[in-house]
Design a protein around this ligand. Structure first.
Ligand code: FAD
Length: 315
């Protein structure tokens, strides 16, 4: 039976669910609070280059995600990235022309409401009412919430206590800084990976990824523990502390033409729920996303995919 289904959040989990359920013949309405799709698969475009300031790359361990990467590569939305300094086995894929490119093909033909935050949900006899920040209401047969678990709990727990279980999911934050330069900084490595206590625990020259503009654009991520200990730091202070750490790595003073910090409050999952999705007893409300199976893009994809396989098999 064709149902009207709301999906909240256009990250990889929400986009995967939207595509699969639309392909199964359902009427899908996807709500995204920000001005871009992809969620933490995000790319910031500036006149000084483009920065993947969320997820850096993806690996594909399971067959379904490997098939998605193959299909996206055929559509020029993904490509292999083989940076010098790669220290992990297996192929690394990136979205093209940016990480957010990975979700774009999934959204073709779908009804996506951008800059529309869902702030409330209520059960009614005729279905589940979703209310936007602009106080607009729509009624759905089912609602799938595909956002970080603490935010999902805030929306869902008042409607159904079962979703209090989402409070057990633990996320770690991540301060990320983006630095653009007029000229290459040859003394910096293409890739650096440190530990969770470091001011810079990951560094990548974004311009070494395929199909980028070539302008020297560096993404630096602070370690999870460092980010947690400095969570409430001012943005300007965070970027200058991280620039000092970058200068130490480069062995000289640097003069970036672009320097911005972004704080991800919910960056990587430290403790997932341990099941692919969480459902209300009446099968009308669902939580999916990386909080379910783990803090990787593939795990968020799997959460969305496994929920839809379940719905397609049971409805
Ligand atoms: P999200 O991508 O967070 O999507 C949720 C969406 O919901 C967002 O677009 C948000 O704006 C929207 N939203 C939230 N609330 C509402 C609301 N009320 N109404 C409407 N919309 C709403 N993973 C890897 O595999 N490899 C990596 O290298 C990697 N590096 C990372 C580096 C950083 C700095 C970060 C932050 C994450 C990284 N990850 C990495 C983790 C990976 O990005 C996530 O696990 C994955 O993208 C999560 O996808 P999701 O769909 O569950 O959630």
């Amino acid at each position: 039976m064709r149902e009207k289904i709301a999906i909240i959040g256009a990250g990889i989990a929400g986009c995967t669910a939207a595509r699969m359920l639309a392909d199964a013949g359902h009427e899908i309405v996807l709500f995204e609070k920000s001005g871009g799709t992809g969620g933490r698969l995000s790319t910031r475009r500036t006149e000084f280059g483009e920065f993947d300031h969320g997820a850096q790359y993806v690996t594909a361990k399971g067959a379904p995600f490997r098939s998605l990467m193959a299909a996206l590569s055929d559509q020029n939305a993904a490509a292999r990235w083989r940076p010098t300094g790669q220290d992990r086995e297996g192929d690394w894929f990136v979205g093209t022309p940016g990480m957010s490119g990975l979700v774009k093909p999934m959204l073709k033909g779908l009804n996506v409401h951008m800059r529309t935050r869902i702030v409330d949900m209520q059960r009614r006899e005729d279905g589940i009412v979703c209310t936007t920040e602009q106080a607009e209401e729509q009624v759905f047969d089912r609602v799938i919430v595909a956002i970080p678990s603490p935010q999902a709990s805030a929306l869902l727990s008042p409607v159904d206590r079962i979703f209090k279980a989402l409070d057990d999911v633990v996320y770690m934050p991540c301060w990320t800084s983006m630095f653009g330069f007029e000229n290459p900084i040859d003394t910096l490595p293409n890739l650096f990976r440190g530990d969770d206590t470091m001011t810079i625990s990951w560094l990548a020259r974004n311009n070494t990824k395929p199909k980028r503009s070539g302008v020297e654009s560096i993404c630096a991520q602070a370690g999870a523990e460092w980010s947690r200990d400095n969570l409430e730091m001012d943005k300007n202070e965070a970027v200058s502390v991280m620039q000092a750490a970058l200068e130490e790595m480069a062995g000289r003073k640097l003069a970036p033409v672009y320097a911005q910090a972004h704080r991800w409050r919910y960056a990587r999952v430290d403790k997932p729920l341990g099941m692919p999705f969480l459902a209300s007893d009446d099968g009308k409300l669902f939580a999916i996303g990386d909080g379910m199976l783990g803090g990787r893009v593939e795990a968020a994809f799997e959460s969305g995919r496994l929920l839809c396989a379940h719905l397609n098999a049971t409805s």
